[in-house]
Design a protein around this ligand. Structure first.
Ligand SMILES: [Zn+2]
Length: 82
């Protein structure tokens, strides 16, 4: 199962093609090392722990953002309606 998480430091998307106890994940952008242990993602640099769901990339948010942008564009159209 492929899972996509976002780096807690820089927000870079990290694709997890595998997930097992003790697995080390390195962010290609900022170099943070994330270790999957006890069912949580442990950030080596900061000693922070995150649930997998907390860092999981959500496509829903992106869709909502796109909708908001569309609404803004609609407002701009009104300005040029003269
Ligand atoms: Zn990063």
């Amino acid at each position: 199962m492929i899972k996509i998480i976002r780096c807690p430091s820089c927000g870079e998307e990290i694709v997890l093609k595998d997930l097992y106890e003790g697995m080390e994940i390195t962010c290609s952008l900022c170099g943070y090392t994330i270790v999957y242990q006890n069912g949580k993602l442990h950030i080596m640099e900061t000693n922070e722990e995150f649930e997998l769901e907390e860092l999981a990339s959500s496509n829903k948010d992106e869709t909502e953002k796109e909708l908001e942008e569309e609404e803004l564009e609609g407002d701009y159209e009104d300005y040029y309606d003269y």
